[in-house]
Design a protein around this ligand. Sequence first.
Ligand SMILES: [Zn+2]
Length: 164
Amino acid sequence: MKFKVGFGFDVHQLKEGIPFVLGGMTLDHHAGAYGHSDADVLVHAICDALLGAANLEDIGYHFPNTEERWKGISSLLLLKECIRLLAEKGWKLGNIDAMLCLEAPKIKPYLPGMKQHISDATGLSVDDISIKATTNETMGFIGRQEGLVAYAVVLIRKLKKRKA
Ligand SMILES: [Zn+2]
């Protein structure tokens, strides 16, 4: 068995009065993440971790924000596409460990739903999906609630080809 790890990072601005989509859930909040797709910072970080693990460029390469067909799209569909790209190369996802950094709202009530959405998109068991959250202790752009960030690490694996 061959293993690789991948790392992903994403950041989006927060703007007043727009939907806040995170981990496929819509959060109850006065502001939301702003971007070309649904601006799901968690799912984008996971996509980049997957693509990075398999050395398949990055999310901007596969889903350019200049393309009309990705506008407003659910990022879970992008995640599914990343899994498909990895499967083409024989890679299977082992687990995800992700970290969110935002000031508000509290993420804990949404975690089971987020894990379920990511499980549905990736085929992973929810036991193999970790999502943690912290604040930035009121410092910087995250502390001022101007934006939020997500980090993700994934492990992928494939069976080694037997030598003939
Ligand atoms: Zn993004």
